[in-house]
Ligand binder design. Structure first.
Ligand SMILES: [Zn+2]
Length: 117
């Protein structure tokens, strides 16, 4: 069963994410759904598609440099450490205020980890 956030607020819904950088796309006015969060992402994606032509690599592939992949892994590692901090604090019977602060950090780091680049 897929996990769904307990909270019913809009930010807990899975937002559309940019096909280039993975950041959430803030929907502007009604109309065509945007696929990129900003013009520079659209441009980079276009250049990437062109550079993949004739290579046999599907043009919608997400290609990360070694550095980008390492940075992504680092962001997820930071999020895991924050999750472990929450688990330890709960185990140790930490005060509500400390748990609130730790979970706020966890939320910020997981949000940061959602982006690809
Ligand atoms: Zn983007």
């Amino acid at each position: 069963m897929p996990h769904t956030p307990r909270s019913g607020n809009a930010t807990a819904q899975r937002q559309l994410s940019c096909l280039w950088c993975g950041r959430e796309i803030v929907e502007s006015e009604a109309g065509r759904r945007r696929r990129y969060c900003r013009q520079s992402c659209r441009q980079r994606a276009y250049e990437n598609r062109n550079s993949l032509k004739g290579t046999g690599i599907p043009d919608d592939s997400v290609v990360l440099s070694a550095q980008e992949a390492a940075d992504l892994a680092d962001r997820w590692f930071a999020a895991r450490c924050a999750a472990e901090d929450v688990a330890i604090a709960i185990e140790e019977g930490a005060e509500h205020a400390e748990l609130a602060a730790l979970s706020k950090t966890l939320l910020e780091l997981t949000r940061e980890a959602e982006r690809l680049r």
